[in-house]
Write a protein that binds this ligand. Structure first.
Ligand SMILES: [Zn+2]
Length: 82
C-alpha cells in the first residue's frame, strides 16, 4: 500500500514578516500572537486561504490609512513651519 505517501499533506510555509522564521499558516498565526503581540496584524486569525487574502487586504488598508495619516501630519508640520 502506498497510501502513506498520499496522506502526507503538503503544508505551505510562510516566513514570519518580523523575524523571518518559517511557519505553517496556522502556527504563523499563533506565532504572531505569542511573539509579536504589538504588531499591527497580530489579531488577524488566518485559518483558510480566504482569511489569508482578507488579512492581506486588511494590511493594505492599514498601509493606506497610515499613508493618509502621515500625509496629514506632514501637511500640519509644513503649515506650522511657514
Ligand atoms: Zn516572528
Amino acid at each position: 500500500m502506498e497510501e502513506l505517501d498520499m496522506d502526507e499533506e503538503v503544508r505551505p510555509e510562510f516566513p514570519c514578516p518580523y523575524c523571518y522564521e518559517d511557519h505553517a499558516v496556522a502556527s504563523l498565526c499563533a506565532h504572531l500572537e505569542e511573539e509579536h503581540p504589538f504588531e499591527p496584524h497580530a489579531a488577524v486569525s488566518v485559518d483558510t486561504p480566504a482569511d489569508l487574502i482578507g488579512a492581506v487586504f486588511a494590511f493594505f488598508r492599514w498601509v493606506e490609512r497610515m499613508k493618509f495619516v502621515l500625509r496629514f501630519v506632514w501637511l500640519i508640520w509644513e503649515l506650522s513651519s511657514c
